[in-house]
Design a protein around this ligand. Sequence first.
Ligand code: SAM
Length: 314
Amino acid sequence: MTEQTKLVPAARPFLKWAGGKTQLLDEFAKRLPFELRGEEITRYLEPFIGGGAVYFYLNRNFNFEKCSIGDVNQELILSYRVIQNSVQKLIAELEILESDYLSRDERKREEFYYEIRASFNQKLTEIDFKNYNFAWIERTAQIIFLNRTCYNGLFRVNRSGEFNVPSGRYKNPDILDEDNLKDVATLLRRTEISLGDFTRCGEFVDEHTFVYCDPPYRPLNRSSSFTSYSKDGFTDEDQVRLAEFFKELDRRGAKIMLSNSDPKNEDPEDTFFDDLFSEYYIERVPARRRINCDSSRRGDINELIITNYPQKKS
Ligand SMILES: C[S@@+](CC[C@H](N)C(=O)[O-])C[C@H]1O[C@@H](n2cnc3c(N)ncnc32)[C@H](O)[C@@H]1O
């Protein structure tokens, strides 16, 4: 095994991300293509990377020569690029933030949190998201800091790109996880990172590639008269575009897995995905997720797992 393909057994997500798939890893693991265990699959693509739960999981268990990840979220992609290129400088920035935060009492910690949040939001208009520059390192440190110390621990910006989650209360938050950041950096050295729509990642794919797609969920509570609406900006038209992308990658000979919410949780007659992916393999697996504010309707619901190969449970 060369240095290039050595397993990175410990690398884990460095951000907690909305829609993270850690809870579904066991279900995915049972449905991976058997070619992953041999030498046939050497490349991995994940075009909706988010916090990367599946990317890190797969790289803890399989050797890929080359990976490619992408996302439309510019703050997220900026953070992956900083870890890829400047992990030591990022660690130094986080050390300062961590010791400053931990040395304060509860009230002062809250003040500090809001200072960092204000600085992060204020720099939104100044930052050059296209060209790698030193300001990215401070910004990534702020993103990780806010993620670790905000209420609910989720990094999520509003429509205008501002982070407005209030401060959380943590006794001893793990703001700097140095070992993990170094492991993530090692893994990112064999990973291409792209910012933008998922279709930009298609070129990477050949018959030796495994692809996992985790797009924003199709909303469960839909108004039948307004089918295009989606709070993440990912509409039914985008889901259709993604199905076309899936077919294109299938023609290239890749093995592909895609997950989404099951519209039948809400409406047993809704065959949106069954129709879009009628040529492929569709399974429904239980996922713990709230579907409604009405407590009588909370409970286990299904997630769809769609593949272009038979889902033999191993
Ligand atoms: C459900 S999340 C992925 C979560 C990820 N699997 C994890 O475990 O953290 C969906 C991601 O798709 C991204 N996204 C939304 N529209 C996109 C598009 N058109 N192309 C690429 N990524 C997109 C969002 O920014 C978000 O990070």
